[in-house]
Design a protein around this ligand. Sequence first.
Ligand code: GLN
Length: 568
Amino acid sequence: MDKTTHPSRRSGPTRHIFITGGVVSSLGKGITCSSIARLLKNMGYSVRIQKLDPYLNVDPGTMNPFQHGEVFVTEDGAETDLDLGHYERYLNQPCSRHATYTSGRIYLSVIQKEREGKYNGGTVQVVPHITNEIKDAIRSIVAPEVDVVLHEIGGTVGDIEGLPFMEAVRQYASEVGRENAVFIHLAYIPYIKAAGEIKTKPAQHSVQKLREIGIIPDFLICRSEKPLNKDVRDKLALFCMVAPHAVIELCDVPTSIYEVPQVLLKQDLHTHIAKRLGLPEHECDMRAWDLMVRHIRNPKDTVTIGLIGKYINHQDAYKSVTESIDHAAYAHLVKANIVRLESETLEKEGWEEKLKGLDGIVVPGGFGKRGFEGKLNAIRWCRENNLPYLGLCLGMQAACIEFARDVLKLERANSTEMDEKTPNPIITVMESQKEIVELGKLGGTMRLGSFTCTLTKKTSKTSKCYGGADTVRERHRHRYEFNNAYRAPFEAAGMLFTGLYIPDPAQPEKSLVELIELKDHPFFVATQAHPEFRSSPVEPHPLFKGLVGAAYKHKTKGADSESATAAS
Ligand code: GLN
C-alpha cells in the first residue's frame, strides 16, 4: 500500500470536508467520499477519511453480515464498517482505528468517564458531553501533516440517532472557521416515469432539514437516474442555497465504481473544493487512475471465479473479496465473472454440477458449522481437478481439514469450532483465545490486525506471488489456528507450510501457520490472513493476482485442448 505521505502542500491548518446524505440511504456516500478524497490526493494533498456512524453498536465486529455486510479490519486491529474498505481501496493507503467512530463507541467512552467520576458529579447530557466526545473523535484523526480530512456521516439527515453528530460537526466547523470546513450533501433526485420528470423536491426537503440543524451545504451532489438539465440545476441551486457550479451531477456510472472520480473531476469539483478551502490549486494527476479504468473498460477476455460462502445473497457480505478478485482481473486485463455459490447447496447431491465451468475458486473467511461440509467438497474438487484455489482464513482451515480427511485418511478430522469432540483436531482454538472463548467475551477479542509472516519456502508459488520477499504483513481476524502437532504428516504428504508467524524463534511450537500450498498443483494457496483487506485497484493483492492468473491459464489451457481435440 502507498504509505508515502506527500510533502504538505497546504498553507494553514488541516481542512475538513463533512459529507452528509439525504432522501434515502444506499446512495453510495462512501464511494463518493472516497472519490473526492482520491482527487484531492491526486492533486498532491495529504488526505484522510473518517466515518462517523450513528448506530449504537460499539463496532460492527459482532454484527451479522446479513445485516451489515462485511466487517473490515484495519492494520491496527479495529473491526469496522465496510466503508473503510472503500477508503483504503480508493486512496491505496491504510486507515487507523481513528477512522471510525460509532454512537456506541462514543457513548461507551462517555459512560465510562461518568463511572470514573471524570465529570465531577455534573449532569451528563447529549449536549455538551456526547457532542464534545464526537469533536474529540474528529480531532483524533487530525495531524500536522494532514492537509484535508473528509468525514462521512452515516445514515440520512433527519435520523434521530444522527442528530448529535450533526450538532457536533456544526460546532466543529464554527470552531475551526467556516473557511476551513466544507459541507457536501449527497441527495437523491428521482425521475418520475409517469410524469417524465426529474423531481427536486425531496432534495430540497433534505437540505431544509440540514438548515434546521444549522448546516448550509456548500456543494450538492445529486445522485440522479437522468442527467440534470440547466433548469433543474438552477432550481436546485436556488432552493438549496448553493452556487450553480456547486450542483454536481452523479448518475450511475456505466462500468465500474472506479469511474466516479472521473465523473466528479469533469465537473471540477476538486478545484472548487480547493478554492473554497483556500488551498493552493494543483493539477490533478489522473494518469495511473485513468489507465486502470481503461483496463476495466476494455478486458480482453473473461475468467470465471466461484465464491463459496454462507452469506452469498448479501451483496456486501464479501465486499473486499469480490473487489480483490476484480482488481486482480484488471491487472491481467480480463474481466472477472464472479459466481456466488451458497455453501450449503454444495452439500446436496449433484453439487459437482455447480462447480463445472469455474476457472478458479475462493473460499473466504467465515464462522460456524453451517455449510462447512459444502466448502470442503468444493476444496476437494479443486485439489483433485487441478483447479486453482485460494483459501482465506476459514478457507485455509477448511483446506487443511479436507487434506487430513481425504489424503491422510483421518476421516473425522475437523476444527474444534465445528466439532469439539473430533478425534483429529487439525484446527484448534489459539492458546491466547481459550479463556476468551470460555468466558464468551465477544467483540474486539479475536487475533486482530496486522502481523508479520515469514515466508519459509523460497521456491514456492506463494513466495513467487509475494515477489520473493522474506516477510509480509497481513491482517487477521480469527480465534482458531492450525494444530502444529499435524505439521509433520501434512508435509510428508505434500503440503507445504509456506508462511509462519514466528513470535519467538527459540520456541517453534509457538509459531502459527499463516500460509499453505499444495506441492503438486497449478495453484492451491491458502492463508490464515485476510489479504482482501490490502488490495487496491491500482495495486492488486499478489495472492489474488496469482489466483486469477492461474485461473485464466486454466481456462485458456482448457480452450487449447478443446480446439486441439476439435482439430484432430
Ligand atoms: N472461524 C475461524 C476462526 O475463528 C475463521 C475466522 C475467519 O475466517 N475470519 O478462526
